[in-house]
Design a binder for this molecule. Structure first.
Ligand SMILES: CCC(=O)SCCNC(=O)CCNC(=O)[C@H](O)C(C)(C)COP(=O)(O)OP(=O)(O)OC[C@H]1O[C@@H](n2cnc3c(N)ncnc32)[C@H](O)[C@@H]1OP(=O)(O)O
Length: 302
């Protein structure tokens, strides 16, 4: 039903994501040099044939700095030709409390806001480019949500094919409280996963709704709940989920990649590109507004 809704939307609009590669490259160079903290790390496990992308910025609950936004795009691009089967997206291992990602690094976001509207739109376009590239990979992807996924961090969880929550995991789309709409593709991702009514409810509730593992399952947002003991690597839980519940290890991985490639290019994908264009446009209408300015200033002066 949700897919059919999207196909209907697609028939009405036929534009595609219109951001050129040179602009993306320039944005990455800019963000890398101006906000150079944290890292996004990639591990290629040839035994399981599953790659892991880790968002590592423990001092700020894995918030994405400018450098990390650029590196996330780099790491996803590096995976395009990797001959594996799966991908796990998770927060970097950090001391308690666990965190998936606390969204955009508010120091980076404030800096971008002070540069004027075009810098905000360029950041948004870069993150959407990463989402489109991740979805198009011939790897089946899962986000392992261990700790909080907030704001843009919550948006990242919509990018993957599946979501696994640990018993400490939660997702909260706080954007409205920060004076923003989704700008990293989360609106389009949510529409595909939850449909219109639940997407509206979640985005309008903002921090009032924090989906923990049980709620996430009943909302249809989570595909599994797992428990993680101290010292465990949550990424391993993502690999187990993919190997036990999705990937068929008895079959040829090349054919498996072809299946994912096919699913990633048919039906809703053309619509996602169109809806990302719209999402970026609406994001630009609120970016830098008074609610955002006040919310960012309040957080940063704590
Ligand atoms: C794309 C649009 C967006 O993503 S807008 C950003 C949306 N994100 C947010 O509003 C999350 C803001 N952060 C929080 O609500 C809390 O810090 C959360 C994540 C719930 C963690 O709370 P708690 O466990 O009490 O830790 P804390 O607040 O003391 O934070 C620890 C240190 O991390 C920092 N931190 C956290 N989140 C960010 C962030 N998004 N950007 C920059 N820094 C962040 C805190 O400032 C704190 O740093 P410090 O130890 O005081 O130096």
């Amino acid at each position: 039903m949700q897919g059919r809704d999207l196909l209907g939307m697609c028939a009405l609009r036929s534009r595609s994501l219109s951001v050129d590669a040179a602009s993306i490259l320039k944005t990455k160079e800019d963000l890398r040099s101006k906000y150079p903290v944290g890292s996004v790390d990639l591990e290629l496990d040839s035994k399981s044939e599953i790659a892991v992308i880790r968002l590592c910025h423990p001092a700020r609950r894995n918030a994405l700095s400018g450098k990390m936004m650029a590196e996330l795009n780099d790491r996803i691009t590096e995976l395009k030709n990797w001959k594996g089967r799966g991908l796990v997206l998770c927060g970097g291992i950090s001391p308690s409390p666990a965190s998936f990602c606390s969204g955009g690094d508010l120091k980076t976001m404030s800096g971008i806001m002070s540069e004027g509207p075009s810098a905000g739109m360029a950041m948004c376009a870069l993150m959407q480019d990463s989402m489109v590239k991740l979805r198009a990979l011939p790897l089946v992807s899962v986000a392992v949500i261990h700790g909080t996924a907030i704001g843009g961090g919550a948006e990242l969880t919509t990018w993957c094919d599946y979501r696994v929550f640990t018993t400490e995991g939660s997702v909260s789309f706080v954007q409205i409280k920060m004076g923003l709409t989704t700008g990293w593709g989360g609106g389009s991702g949510l529409m595909e996963i939850l449909g219109r009514r639940k997407t509206l409810k979640l985005l309008l509730a903002g921090p009032k709704i924090s989906l923990r593992c049980d709620d996430a399952e009943s909302w249809g947002y989570s595909d599994a709940t797992v428990s993680v003991s101290p010292g465990d690597d949550p990424a391993e839980k993502g690999k187990e989920f993919l190997l036990n519940s999705v990937l068929n290890s008895e079959l040829d991985s090349g054919v498996g990649r072809a299946v994912k490639k096919m699913v990633a290019s048919v039906a809703v994908e053309p619509c996602i590109s169109n809806s990302l264009d719209k999402e970026r446009e609406v994001f630009g209408e609120v970016w830098g507004g008074p609610v955002q300015q006040a919310a960012f200033a309040q957080f940063l002066k704590r």
